[in-house]
Design a protein around this ligand. Structure first.
Ligand code: FES
Ligand code: FES
Length: 151
């Protein structure tokens, strides 16, 4: 079954098996490998993308339920919040191994698009589902606050 996904502003025709998770459409069909596979069961956040501006676990999201949706991946993250987050991430040297970071960044962008001046509780609520085995949590919190100030 062929569907259309708008990915990072570009309409793409997708012909993948029914039920194929969005993650594997991105990585295997479109060769967009910025979105990572971690747990595969919606528990780690590594696969986070935006679906119609909502942070979404692509590992458990069947692509064929998304016909016509707008998908943003780390490759296409842009706009004031994304620019501020990415600049703050670089300034704070947040990534260690980097594996979780595309998901972390997209979660942080969604937070700041919704709540430009987040409290610590807001940050906890938005980011608690994104795990980091390198424990960059304090750097992430600082970078989100720096990005909020820049915005
Ligand atoms: S790979 Fe999707 S939440 Fe872990
Ligand atoms: S930077 Fe290594 S898992 Fe997060």
């Amino acid at each position: 079954m062929t569907i259309t996904l708008n990915i990072n502003g570009e309409d793409r025709e997708i012909d993948a098996a029914e039920g194929t998770p969005l993650l594997w459409v991105l990585r295997d069909h479109l060769k967009m490998t910025g979105t990572k596979f971690g747990c595969g069961v919606a528990q780690c956040g590594a696969c986070t993308v935006h679906v119609d501006a909502v942070p979404t676990r692509s590992c458990v999201t069947p692509h064929d339920r998304l016909d016509g949706a707008a998908i943003t991946t780390i490759e296409g993250a842009s706009g004031p919040a994304a620019d501020a987050v990415i600049a703050a991430w670089e300034a704070s040297d947040v990534p260690q191994c980097g594996y979780c970071q595309s998901g972390q960044i997209l979660a942080a962008v969604a937070l700041l698009e919704e709540t430009p001046v987040p409290t610590d509780d807001d940050i906890d609520a938005a980011m608690s589902g994104n795990l980091c085995r390198c424990a960059t949590y304090m750097s992430i919190r600082r970078a989100i606050k720096d990005a909020s100030t820049a915005l």
